[in-house]
Design a binder for this molecule. Sequence first.
Ligand code: GLV
Ligand code: MN
Ligand code: MN
Ligand code: MN
Length: 414
Amino acid sequence: MSGIGGNLRIDAERLWASIMETAAIGATEKGGIRRLTLTDLDRAVRDWFVARCTEAGCSISVDELGNIAARRPGRDNSLPPIAIGSHLDTQPTGGKFDGVIGVLAGLEVLRTLNDAGYQTHAPIEVIDWTNEEGSRFAPAMLASGVFAGAFDRDYAYSRTDREGLSFGAELERIGYRGDEICGARRLGAFFELHIEQGPILEAEGKTIGIVTGVQGMRWYEVTVTGMECHAGSTPMHLRADALVAAARMIGAVQAVGLAHAPDAVATVGLVEVRPNSRNVIPGEVFFTIDLRHPDDAVLAAMEAALRERLEAAAREDGVAMALTRIWDSPSVHFDAGCIEAVEDAARTLGFGARRMVSGAGHDAAYIARVAPTTMVFVPCEKGISHNEAEKSEPGDIAAGADVLLRAVLATDER
Ligand code: GLV
Ligand code: MN
Ligand code: MN
Ligand code: MN
């Protein structure tokens, strides 16, 4: 890359200050963030983001899924924008970095371009995608999924949380249901900076992960139905205990993961027991399953094994079992040109880097269907994420943002 763009660097302190400012919105006692999608706290961080982008001279558009795009014009505004983004929502016990750094690094890129008076050919957009986490409204990556045509709008609106509140109503309530049709806009390219959420970069002493794709993910919901009965007077051999059966099923989920290790992972993360009273034999258990593998064929085989094992467990324990797959996000391969732009940027800036596949889901996985896309990873301590203790070094995040800036400018100059 020639010219001024080659020497531009983001302001590491300003970026860190933005991260710490947003970390106060929904801060938890243990140093993390609880900022579930479409809550008042989500509205507060969105308002913050819109205000900062407006101050940076951007125009703001909000689509019907609540995705916020802040646009810095280029020389030729008929060109599709080069977009940078991620998500501002968090897990119930999330950290300060998951998602947030990808949005705020985008803001930092805009501020850096402003300070330098640098004009891009294409407009640059920074996007906050709604409901990436999927912990309140399943599935994850819901609004980037609508943008990419993986789901339709009304399906997204109809998703409910565990209290029965709908995505559509909550979006409306926080005032972020926009007019723009979701997915109507074309993107010239999409780049997402994120913490790795795994231990590889740290273990290898590398600063930058060049992300070549995302593994396949499937989500399921299971309801086990037995018979609610008195814990004192019902003999052991005459029970249909839904929780005992579910416990066996959870063991089977782990076994399916282990059978395809080390690449496979299988998790039960949410369990609800009804009536959840200490002297009532559980009559119903609801639980979720998250299966992942980089190879879609193996993932399909894992699902077949899972079904078989859960049905067998239900038969043995004399309970009914309903297993529903609610999400299938196939493995993704990112764009070769974008990957090269990130690799070149890391090399030119002198950062240790390696290619890797993402184990976590990201909005980029869906956006890759409609625009040339890739991601930049930076290390996080011990690979710990989806945890309030999540930690990432300011210098590493700044390095990732510089790589992002350079990859974006190189793409713009192409
Ligand atoms: C989203 O955070 C996922 O990878 O599950
Ligand atoms: Mn994330
Ligand atoms: Mn996450
Ligand atoms: Mn994620």
